[in-house]
Design a protein around this ligand. Sequence first.
Ligand SMILES: [Ca+2]
Ligand SMILES: [Ca+2]
Ligand SMILES: [Ca+2]
Length: 503
Amino acid sequence: MRARGILAASIVVVLALGGLAGCSKKLRPIQNLPPETYVFIQGSVDVVNHRVHLYWFGTDPDGSVASYKYRWVYPPPASQDPAWVTILDEHGSLRTDSMFTVFTGDSGEVTPRFEIYAIDNEGLADPTPAVQRFLLSNLAPQVIFTDPLGLADSTYASATVSWTTIDPDGGGPGLHYRIWLAGNEASYDSTSEQTFTVPSSRFLRNGVYESRRCSLYVQAVDDGGRRGEPVLMNWYVRAPAAVLENNQGRLLIVDDLPRTGANKPLFDAFYKSVADLLPNGNLDYDVLRLYANPNIFRSGRDVAQTFRQFKAVLWYRGGETTVSPLLQAYQDSIGAYLDSGGNLYVDGLYLTEGLNAPGAFREDFVSRYLGSAGFVNCFTRLGSSGPVDSTAGWSNRVNSRFRSSRYGEAFGATASPSALVSTSGGIRVFAVADTNSVALWAMDGQLIPANTGFEAPVGLTVPQGTGGRITVLSMPVRYAAPAVASRLLRRMLHDFGIGIPLP
Ligand SMILES: [Ca+2]
Ligand SMILES: [Ca+2]
Ligand SMILES: [Ca+2]
């Protein structure tokens, strides 16, 4: 009642001045009359949406209306004397209508009243504000997952979910979402986006990552404060490895080969045989088969958060003559992992993009993380029937000779890859700044077309500023015979400091 009290007081003052004038000279023959205020809505008043468009106007018999003040008064226990709010348009001018979003909370129905009064050009207020009572309704918003993970899916401690929302009466600009894992409702995450990546830390139990089924809830809260029914998604979350050190597994092996393929068992067995040499054998690493779990990475954060649960990542593509969509899409997150001290080994064809040569990593990734100014190009036919042109794409023959001065191995290739349709080969020759970073050389004249007169760096191992390392071979190491390939891979992984013993 404070505002009304002030109004009453000002009226008394005006009357007193008027009375004083009447007793002496006629300083002011007519006292200022107050304005009158009217409010109305369009349509029925029976039950109105909680977002309501109100109109009002005021008249002043001896002047003009200068401004309006309004308030919403909710039924008790809410205050019956909330503060008045001055309403003006964005230019500070008089305003006579507005769209209001009324807080309904979870009841879905509320009976507030709207009060408004005009103030005239001499600052005098309408002593009897206009009042309109309402029965306002608000329907609950509902979340629907657009791409839920299922019980057959698994992730590490990271998951990205997206959803759409149905709110029959809008939802408005205040619509937002609460997200929590079962048991953590009290400390939910909030977003106004319709997608969310659950932070790894939310999956910790007693400070540790565990393999277990997880339940994720998403709940919409609309502009009226009404909460919808939480929706639930169940899937399986894997600990990085059976044996963890500082909550990390030693190695994540990413099998980026199709489910079927003539040489797939050969590659799978080869990488496993080397990883099994870790101190606790297969308790120290995990294998992610992308073909069996195609939904595991759905955002850059998924990749970054998953990689960070491992000291090192080994990503293999065998002799695939395709561009890896995941390496291509998430290379920035992979770079962030390297920046934060992670170790990455990746081998395969078409790993990097160059002149007339497709590949997953952009050239700026090569310059930033691989210490190379780019590639050494050759001049060859693009595809079996394309034009002859400059290109970064090279290939090799069976028995092409390769050597690693850094790791003290040499071999003749056991295979010669085919080329991606209409392009040159999948091997890249790096224009390295520091030959100490060369992990693998193609010897003089051994590539297709022939690298006559020079040895060609086709694999690099480059330390990163924060203690991490990236090792990239632009052909599968298993093109070497198994014993040599195994020794070479062991030496390369030994550089990561994850406990792979030297041969
Ligand atoms: Ca007046
Ligand atoms: Ca009035
Ligand atoms: Ca609603």
